[in-house]
Design a binder for this molecule. Structure first.
Ligand SMILES: [Zn+2]
Length: 459
């Protein structure tokens, strides 16, 4: 085998992945799923022994070459950072994943959530989609590259966190470490968009959604003051009433819609590849600014959410007892901030919308919208080319993620952060993420591995 070239260049992934190798990949993913690395928002809530077993026993036993040849360091409580030295350190690449999962209610599952069993061509279990498949695919690609005697062109980092689902500190700590070493990645690739059918109204065939940016997100607490006291002699408005009015006003007044650059790029990329009637509609949508953005939202709420900062009130609290007046009442709103808006603008907008100077605002946590990776960059082209080799007939599109990933932290040290889960996924499977019956098609597992191999592990 030519050690200079990626072993998997230009090969059809199914033909290339012989049956015994595919069975091995699925078996190993099953074993990763069977180790219940459930993270928890409660301090001490996660079973650290399980996490340690996953890192110290399971990974080295499933991927022996990686653990023999790559440098590995633990960062913080759960972070793992591997380095596969390449011929050059000029254009380092980071492949990311997280290995923690959200809790399950086992009684509602058809097959055991930590069984890692295959039924009807699907691998079942918590983390099968989100996102032990990513971890597995990265490790499989590297392990087989090592077995083939491949040496990457550029330094390759594998960055794995065990606290992504609880917005933990691992990913930022890994970024701090890389920054302290002066490392500026030429590509960072994390979980993200998938390959979908019927994602766009009127667009037949498959669409590969490559996330080039993600919205910002804050949890914001609104609090209304109240005097307390006995509920038998109430004031005209209690803190709860005052807060309720603020919530209704905030929900009624939306922030302005606009197209982030990514959404314009998405529509422009889509236009030449759709029937003529759709093309005219897409051009109209793109050229009509906020009105087009509004119409896009009517056609598809998911697309609409890319053009507007959204507010979702998710929590309310008042008095601890029914016959006691609240001394204060508070609500939490989860805000997803589109590119072009900012935390500061959100606060100013909400204060104006609520029209009550007595309501106080407190940011519980959050971050600004991410920068947008340019689609004419070598990093994007590289992922695009690998994608079109696996799905020659799919339309690959840049898109704006409305959910958060750990990769946002890497924007501090790289202009080339992408979020793409290269796999075909059905609407039912999509709905199983963070839900009962999470499962992935066995084909999709092999597609994930194929993408990392197609990337050739180097730019
Ligand atoms: Zn995830």
């Amino acid at each position: 085998m030519d050690a200079q070239k990626p072993a998997w260049d230009n090969l059809d992934y199914k033909a290339a992945m012989e049956a015994p190798e595919a069975a091995g990949v699925l078996e190993r993913l099953g074993r990763l799923i069977a180790c219940p690395t459930v993270s928890s928002h409660e301090p001490g809530g996660a079973d650290q022994a399980v996490f340690a077993h996953f890192r110290e026993d399971l990974l080295p036993s499933l991927y022996p070459l990686i653990h023999r040849h790559l440098r590995r360091e633990q960062v913080g409580d759960t972070g793992l950072l591997y380095l596969w030295k390449g011929r050059s350190s000029d254009q380092p690449i980071v492949l990311m994943s997280h290995y923690d999962v959200v809790p399950v209610d086992a009684a509602t599952w058809t097959h055991p959530p930590f069984g890692g069993e295959i039924h009807d061509g699907q691998l079942w279990g918590r983390g099968s989609l989100d996102t032990k498949v990513t971890l597995c695919a990265v490790l499989e690609a590297v392990e087989s590259g090592l077995a083939a005697g491949f040496e990457p062109e550029n330094d390759l980092y594998l960055s794995f966190a065990g606290d992504e689902e609880v917005i933990g500190l691992t990913a930022p700590a890994i970024v701090d470490l890389l920054a302290s070493r002066g490392i500026r990645p030429a590509l960072v690739l994390d979980e993200g968009g998938a390959v979908l059918s019927g994602a766009f109204p009127g667009v037949p065939g498959r669409v590969a959604m490559i996330g080039v940016a993600e919205k910002g997100m804050i949890d914001l607490e609104l609090t209304a003051p109240g005097g307390g006291g006995h509920a038998s002699v109430p004031p005209r408005h209690t803190a709860v009433g005052r807060l309720a009015q603020a919530v209704v006003r905030a929900e009624r007044k939306h922030m302005r819609r606009a197209y982030p650059r990514t959404v314009r790029d998405m529509l422009a990329t889509l236009a030449p590849q759709v029937p003529a009637s759709m093309r005219i509609l897409l051009r109209l949508l793109r050229l009509t600014g906020p009105v087009g953005a509004w119409l896009l939202g009517r056609l598809n709420p998911q697309l609409g959410a890319m053009t507007r900062t959204t507010f979702a009130f998710t929590r309310l609290s008042g008095s601890p007892q029914a016959n006691v007046l609240p001394s204060e009442a508070s609500a939490v709103v989860n805000v997803r901030i589109r590119q072009g808006d900012s935390i500061d603008r959100v606060l100013r907008h909400l204060k104006r919308a609520v029209r009550d100077p007595g309501i106080s605002f407190r940011i519980l946590q959050g971050n600004e919208p991410s920068p947008e990776t340019a689609i004419d960059s070598p990093a994007y082209r590289k992922v695009l080319d690998a994608t079109s080799r696996i799905w020659p007939d799919a339309i690959a599109l840049p898109y704006l993620m409305v959910a958060c990933t750990d990769s946002r932290h890497f924007c501090r040290i790289s202009d080339y952060v992408l979020r793409f889960s290269a796999m075909e996924i059905t609407a039912d499977q999509l709905a199983s993420i963070h839900n009962a019956d999470e499962r992935i098609s066995t084909d999709a597992v092999l597609q994930r591995v194929a993408l990392y191999k197609e990337l050739g592990l180097g730019l």
